[in-house]
Design a protein around this ligand. Structure first.
Ligand SMILES: NC(=O)c1ccc[n+]([C@@H]2O[C@H](COP(=O)([O-])OP(=O)(O)OC[C@H]3O[C@@H](n4cnc5c(N)ncnc54)[C@H](OP(=O)(O)O)[C@@H]3O)[C@@H](O)[C@H]2O)c1
Length: 394
């Protein structure tokens, strides 16, 4: 019989709605029969009424609890694992709150604001013998597994370069004119790098770092350039060149770019070309944007083979009346967003007694935070001390 994973949801914003709706889809629709996810409680820092509205919106079980504070949630004995979905400025404090209360955690990206905070939460999780994982959902897509297999099987030959871009032309002066939105607000750890650049780095890392034997993975060298968004001082664009030592295969270059000024996918239909190109000496695989939720790949080999694939996430299907998506951008009826795969990995870890993800170790999350620290250092971009701190303030 399938075991039940009892989730608590900390914060009720946009991504919490998307994640929780996906979480409640029957895992059998994606061939998973060892577990079933349920939501036992949710907390909103605004009010218990907001938490209750959230439970209705996502279709949670009738007996799920609605709390008006995060502290009440972390002390609920009927919660096995907490999904943290506050702005990244708050991840460190919120994850520490969960861990101190003895709860396992799946925390949204960016994991924390800096590597020192990431190291501190990892140490706390280890001290308390709890599961902790950064919610970089893209890694858990079957599409990502296909791409990693192309690399490790040698089908692309020796992979020596990966380009990954995650840029959205957000027109910040008008879209975020008052400067309070988390994309541009330094008090909420705003800027393109931590919000969107993490996906470019995710692609580069899952292709050039995760695909190496664990003992041989080494942090890359970093060169970068950053452009600032003048009204608030956060980064509006970052371009990062990483050099990965890959053992006997030699070095490989990863080029990770992000911007809120220009777009990877200007018409939102993917006609402008790939968002990621993984290049080896036998050919390349292209991943069409959006690269955080990719659904199309194109393999192009020197031997003339061209193979295009579509990877629509499963879900309850046509006739279910169920729709998910992010914000106002809904997918066709019955199609999942794709966040359930990361939840499955977290749930399986709890069943198996594992304390971290198989596809992104905590060491790798820390290494990626170190890269983002270095890019911010090279770009002269610091955030307010109260959100960079490693002092647990509660
Ligand atoms: N994986 C993905 O695809 C994805 C997509 C979007 C965002 N994200 C990540 O998820 C996190 C949240 O993003 P979001 O789009 O859901 O943001 P959002 O809609 O602004 O929601 C954030 C929620 O955090 C809570 N919160 C607590 N303190 C806050 C503060 N000082 N200011 C604002 N909100 C505060 C609020 O919930 P309560 O009032 O209920 O406490 C708020 O609704 C970010 O770290 C972001 O990078 C991930």
């Amino acid at each position: 019989m399938a075991e039940r994973i009892r989730w608590g949801v900390l914060a009720t914003g946009n991504v919490a709605v998307t994640f929780t709706k996906d979480l409640l889809v029957d895992p059998k629709t994606r061939g998973v029969d060892r577990l079933v996810h349920t939501v036992t409680a949710v907390a909103s820092s605004s009010s218990a009424a907001r938490a209750a509205d959230f439970l209705k919106e996502v279709g949670a079980p009738e007996d799920a609890k609605a709390y008006g504070s995060y502290k009440e949630l972390v002390n609920d004995p009927n919660v096995d694992i907490i999904y943290v979905s506050t702005p990244h400025s708050h991840h460190f404090q919120n994850v520490m709150l969960c861990l101190e209360a003895g709860k396992n955690v799946l925390c949204e990206k960016a994991f924390t604001v800096n590597a020192a905070q990431a190291r501190t939460v990892v140490e706390k999780a280890r001290e308390k013998n709890l599961f902790l994982m950064e919610a970089v959902w893209t890694r858990y897509f079957p599409l990502s597994m296909y791409v990693r297999d192309l690399i490790t099987s040698g089908k692309l030959g020796n992979v020596t370069r990966v380009f990954a871009d995650n840029s959205v032309a957000l027109n910040p002066e008008t879209t975020f004119a008052d400067g309070t939105h988390r994309m541009v607000n330094p008090d909420l750890a705003g800027g393109a790098l931590l919000d969107m650049g993490i996906y470019s780095l995710t692609w580069v890392f899952q292709c050039l770092y995760l695909t190496q034997p664990e003992a041989e993975r080494k942090p890359p060298k970093v060169m970068s350039s950053m452009q600032k968004y003048e009204p608030t001082g956060v980064d509006e664009s970052a371009t990062i060149l990483l050099t990965f030592p890959r053992g006997s295969q030699g070095d490989a270059h990863g080029v990770a770019t992000t911007s809120m000024r220009v777009a990877t996918n200007p018409d939102k239909k993917g006609t402008a070309g790939p968002g990621v190109r993984v290049q080896g000496d036998k050919g390349e695989v292209q991943i069409m944007p959006p690269i955080q939720r990719p659904t199309r790949t194109k393999l192009v080999l020197h031997n003339g083979l061209i193979e295009e694939k579509t990877w629509t996430p499963p879900g309850p299907g046509v006739g279910s009346g169920w729709r998910n998506g992010f914000g106002i951008n809904l997918h066709p009826e019955g199609v999942g967003h794709g966040m359930f795969w990361e939840a499955d990995e977290a749930g399986l870890a709890l069943l198996e007694g594992r304390k971290e993800s198989r596809l992104e170790s905590l060491e790798e999350s820390i290494t990626i935070m170190e890269i983002m620290d270095e890019v911010r250092r090279q770009g002269g971009f610091t955030l307010p001390e109260n959100i960079e701190t490693t002092d647990y303030l509660i």
